[in-house]
Write a protein that binds this ligand. Structure first.
Ligand code: TYD
Ligand code: MG
Length: 455
């Protein structure tokens, strides 16, 4: 085989250059050039593109003439995982699972493969652990191991050779960062290696119709390591999140070509592996004996399920020129923005206060319904005044000081009522008709100034 040509591609704009440079000559981004295998521009003549839709004989069709074949989904027998996958595994699809070290990615996939191997041909490829380590884990998890096929290999060409022989319907690669290809000379784990190996795996999946799970590492910042392009190449991107000090773990769909995004699957890490939590709505409440200042219960809606979580705030006098704004489980910029709105439209200044916000249980809340609970928790701490225990809050806060409605208001109220909450502070546009939610007193607020004096 002729030695493949090496080129350098900019990760920002995608331009290709024959030589490396510190600055991209096209978009002027610094430090963005990475080594890639040069691709001939003619896709048809290039076997690297075979397997993608649209390669080969093509013709223009009317959309109405295209009848979608039913997507065959294989349930993974883990309801929570199926939920984030959109109902099960799709043949030929590639799922990327990212998460912090030790969160349980390998555990989840080994369990899944063991369960699936009862009905399908599976292959678990590990580049991180030895076969003994995997076997120890399987014993600990009490998995039936007789049908699980294992392989320790990090060379992608060798892996694909084995796969051609084994013909697995489901294959796991743990992890993509350890895999390297002969086509590129850069070190394993580098952007060029990860991208090229992933591209070969995606092609293999599309061609063979086997479903692929790729494990990906995350960086310090919490995004998937390696190029962003990895997320573009695959069909589904899942994040495995959770505080390793708590037993609960969440799998979140960030991208899904075969289902809804932002669905959440909840698991608990136990002595014998990950167990599904089928009714997670109230597991993240800390249930204080006495109500304490700075704590607010909110109803968040992750995917299709409402969930009760506790938002805690600590507001203390700052002795720093730049007071601290620290969040756990929330976007820090959003906090800074909300504090500015609080000052402008609520008349409450926090420029001399440090503000710390935490969402209990390692939950990450990405929706804007957390705005109002966050501000009320902060106010409760600032004024050292408790918010009644049986109260829930949700609502988005706009830059003009208005309280905006959020999706699924009625669902959220019903869920809270189910868990015995008696009072709700909600956006006016979300307030249901009187008596629509039994036993729930609804306090509708329209502007931030109204909300700050509710308690
Ligand atoms: P692992 O799946 O190796 O994490 P990852 O592949 O994401 O790095 O998870 C390992 C952690 O899970 C480890 O800290 C021990 C814990 N664990 C349990 O608590 N119970 C179990 O049954 C297993 C297998 C692991
Ligand atoms: Mg692992």
């Amino acid at each position: 085989m002729a030695k493949p040509k090496i080129a350098y591609s900019c990760t920002e704009c995608g331009s290709q250059q024959p030589k490396w440079a510190g600055q991209c000559p096209d978009c002027n981004a610094w430090n963005s050039m990475v080594e890639v295998v040069a691709v001939a521009p003619v896709a048809k003549a290039n076997p690297r593109f075979s397997g993608y839709a649209g390669v080969g004989k093509t013709e223009v069709q009317s959309l109405a003439d295209v009848t979608p074949g039913d997507v065959q989904r294989t349930p993974t027998t883990q309801v929570e995982l199926d939920r984030v996958l959109g109902g099960g595994l799709v043949p030929g699809s590639v799922v990327l699972i990212g998460g912090d070290p030790g969160v349980g990615k390998s555990t989840l996939l080994l369990q899944t493969v063991a369960l699936l191997s009862e009905q399908l041909n599976t292959l678990y490829v590990t580049g991180e652990e030895s076969l003994e380590q995997v076997s120890m884990r399987a014993h600990r998890l009490n998995l039936s191991a007789d049908k699980v096929r294992l392989l320790t290999e990090t060379n992608i060409e060798a892996i694909l050779n084995h796969a051609q022989k084994e013909q697995p319907q489901v294959m796991v690669i743990d992890s993509i960062q350890t895999i390297y290809t002969d086509l590129s000379q850069s070190a394993p784990g580098s952007v060029a290696q990860v991208r090229e190996s992933a591209a070969q795996l995606v092609r293999y999946a599309k061609k063979s119709g086997s479903a692929l799970f790729l494990v990906g590492h995350v960086t310090k910042e919490g995004t998937l390591a390696g190029p962003r392009v990895l997320e573009h190449m695959v069909d589904t991107v899942l994040y495995f999140e959770g505080d390793t000090s708590s037993q609960f773990r969440m799998v979140r769909a960030i991208k899904n070509r075969f289902g809804a995004v932002n669905e959440l699957g909840v698991f608990a890490m136990t002595e014998t592996g990950l167990k599904e939590v089928s009714n997670p709505s109230a597991i993240f409440l800390s249930r204080h004996q006495e109500q304490v200042p700075g704590s607010v219960i909110m109803v968040t809606r992750e995917g299709s399920r409402p969930m009760l979580v506790e938002v805690q705030a600590l507001v203390t006098e700052s002795h720093l020129g730049n007071p601290r704004r620290v969040t756990v489980g929330l976007d820090q910029n959003r906090l800074a923005m909300l504090l500015a709105v609080l000052q402008s439209h609520g008349g409450i200044a926090t420029h001399d206060q440090d503000v710390f916000i935490n969402v209990v249980g390692g939950v990450r809340v990405t929706e804007t319904a957390v705005d109002l609970p966050l501000l009320l928790a902060g106010l409760s701490s600032l004024r050292n005044r408790t918010i009644p225990k049986d109260t829930i809050v949700f609502g988005e806060v706009g830059l003009a000081g208005e309280i905006r409605p959020v999706q699924g208001g009625l669902d959220r109220l019903k869920e809270a009522a189910k868990h015995g909450f008696k009072r709700a502070v909600v956006p006016k546009a979300n307030a249901p008709k009187r008596g629509a939610v039994e036993g729930m007193e609804v306090i509708a607020v329209e502007r931030l100034v109204d909300a700050v004096d509710v308690f």
